[in-house]
Design a protein around this ligand. Structure first.
Ligand SMILES: C[S@@+](CC[C@H](N)C(=O)[O-])C[C@H]1O[C@@H](n2cnc3c(N)ncnc32)[C@H](O)[C@@H]1O
Length: 208
C-alpha cells in the first residue's frame, strides 16, 4: 500500500498508533477552522437533540454541548481510536448525561424515529459508500423542521491533493446540494461558504 492510500484510509477510519497520535492531531488542528465555521453557522436551540456523524476527536461536540443547556448530543463514529479520544475529551459532558457516544458505522446503526433536531457531519461525507442511502437515513431521523449540516471542502480544492480516489469522493457545492435533494425530504437546501487559510470552507444545510 502506498502512502496516499495508507493516509486516506487513516483519514476514513483512524486506527492504531498512527490514528491515535498523528491522525487525531491532524483532525484537531487541520479541521479546527472548519469546525469553528460549522459551530458558528449552526442554528441550534437550548433544548435541541443533536447527532454528529463521524465526530473524530470530539472537538465540535465538546463546543456544542454548551449550547444545549436543556438538550443533548449524541455521536457515532466507527473508529475505536477516535471513540477513546472523544470519550476522554468529553468525559465531563458524558458524566453529566449531556453527551452520549456510540461506536459503529452510521449506515448500520439502529437509530429509530424522527428524534433529532440537528444532524451534523464534518469532513466525513467523502467516505460514504452509498451517499444517497445515508442522506435518506439522516432525513428519516430528523424531526419535522429539523436540519442537516454537512461540512466539507470542495472538489476544486481537493482535486490536486495526494488522496486516494478509491477512498475519497469529492463534491462541488452543486454536487452536494444535488445529493441532499435525492431524498426529497428537505424543504430548503442551501450552501454557505467562508474563505479558509488554505482551502475554502463549505456547509450544506437541508431543512425538513
Ligand atoms: C476525517 S475524520 C473527521 C473528524 C471530525 N469530524 C473533524 O472534522 O475533525 C472522519 C471521521 O469519520 C469517521 N467515519 C467515517 N465514516 C463513518 C461512518 N460511516 N460511520 C461512522 N463514522 C465514520 C471516522 O472514523 C473519522 O473519525
Amino acid at each position: 500500500m502506498g502512502f496516499a492510500s495508507f493516509f486516506s484510509n487513516q483519514a476514513r477510519k483512524p486506527t492504531g498508533l498512527f490514528g491515535r497520535f498523528v491522525a487525531s492531531q491532524i483532525f484537531k488542528k487541520g479541521n479546527a477552522e472548519m469546525n469553528a465555521f460549522i459551530h458558528e453557522s449552526l442554528p441550534i436551540g437550548d433544548n435541541d437533540h443533536v447527532l454528529e456523524i463521524g465526530f473524530g476527536p470530539g472537538e465540535l461536540m465538546h463546543a456544542m454541548a454548551r449550547r444545549v443547556p436543556n438538550g443533548r448530543i449524541e455521536g457515532v463514529d466507527f473508529s475505536d481510536t477516535m471513540l477513546a479520544i472523544a470519550q476522554r475529551r468529553n468525559r465531563h459532558h458524558i458524566r453529566a448525561g449531556k453527551v452520549k457516544l456510540h461506536r459503529g458505522d452510521f449506515d448500520a446503526m439502529p437509530f429509530d424515529g424522527r428524534r433529532f433536531d440537528t444532524i451534523i457531519s464534518v469532513n466525513t461525507v467523502y467516505f460514504w459508500p452509498q451517499p444517497e442511502a445515508t442522506i435518506a437515513k439522516i432525513a428519516g431521523l430528523l424531526k419535522p423542521g429539523g436540519c442537516l449540516a454537512v461540512g466539507f471542502h470542495e472538489k476544486a480544492d481537493m482535486q490536486d491533493s495526494n488522496l486516494s480516489r478509491d477512498v475519497f469522493r469529492f463534491y462541488s457545492p452543486r454536487d452536494m446540494e444535488a445529493l441532499l435533494a435525492t431524498c426529497g425530504a428537505f424543504k430548503t437546501i442551501e450552501t454557505i461558504s467562508r474563505k479558509g487559510k488554505t482551502k475554502d470552507l463549505y456547509c450544506a444545510f437541508g431543512t425538513k
